[in-house]
Write a protein that binds this ligand. Sequence first.
Ligand SMILES: [Mn+2]
Length: 416
Amino acid sequence: MYHLYSHNDLDGVGCGIIAKCAFGEGIDVRYNSIHGLNQQVARYLNRTSVQENPYDVLFITDLSVAPDMEKELNVFVEEGGQVQLIDHHKTALHLNEYSWGQVDITHRDGRLASATSLFYEYLIEHGHLGRSEALDEFVELVRLYDTWEWEENQKIEAKRLNDLFFMLSLDEFESKMTQRLREQGGFFFDEFEEKILDMEENKIDRYIRRKQRELIQTFVGEHCVGIVYAESYHSELASELGTTYPHLDYIAILNMGGRKMSLRTIHDHVDVSEVAMRYGGGGHPKAAGCTITEEVYQLFAADPFELEPIRFDASRNQFNIKGAESGVLYESWGEDLLFVYANAGEWIVEWNGEPLPFRFGSFEEAERHMKRQYGVWLSRDDVFVKMLKEQWMRNRSNDRLGLPLDMDEEKLMEDL
Ligand SMILES: [Mn+2]
């Protein structure tokens, strides 16, 4: 009998699915959380005597065992037990010193590895499974999702596979996929799955649009932070907000019910795991989290509570256009106007008519400064034209030349 103990996420369950394709009824598959694995393995070792079951094989995929279990497993193998652990996590690399451990971060061809893609190669090389088009495609989608590579090359099918995994029960997903992978031809979603995936995507889009209107911006420590309250779809929300507002160093998503805060960034110059560690949490450079403690509550919820949400830049302008050297108008809270224009290769920002004491090398730098320090948004054309008109009137009465006099204001108003 074959046994597989695997992780309970898409990559772990992917291992279970290809194992069932290889061994059918001849394998017993169990999915575990990271913490559940050691107990599961302990039970296996207590139950399975090598003498009585010399042909039993235990696979462990996408998870690693704790140090004491590692030693017990090794004794079991030295007594003749058959174990193969396959993982791709950096934290498990030390298991490579055992004959039964295979931990690879990448494949031989350089692609980042997932447990499913490593286990697939293993099963093929050991003659347990034949390669097929559907299996190749399924395994690659799991790999793309698990390594986050799908985001770079926008392999949306990989994300849809994971969405489906969360919409169906684990058993249903496993049996549906196992059955489908036995069929001829490539991997596909059936009509019903396409339908519910579309519905899910629409639902996420609407949720994100609503949340976008609730985003507030403030400085916490040295970072300019976007703060939003949300309980679901943290990854999708953070990547959308991060790309819409690149002037924000990171996005903080507060789940008040769960008392958890997620931190995400799209930038290389910010390490959110460092930020999370300051508040007793941790994670990766681009995705981390911590508990909402008193301190976190004060900084990220109580202090910024009075702030108004970020406004969108005007999107249908014909005259007030970003990057225009003759000048671009922005607004901020409290009816402040900020005007940015180029002069002799430098960009100058005027705040309510008063130039700021420093210059910027590019429009983008100037805009970033205004957005971070003043929370500005691009004015609509009508506000822009009104400002030009007032300035022109003032200049004319002062008998000074300044703004484009050839601008036909009535014509402009008509165009709007
Ligand atoms: Mn994995």
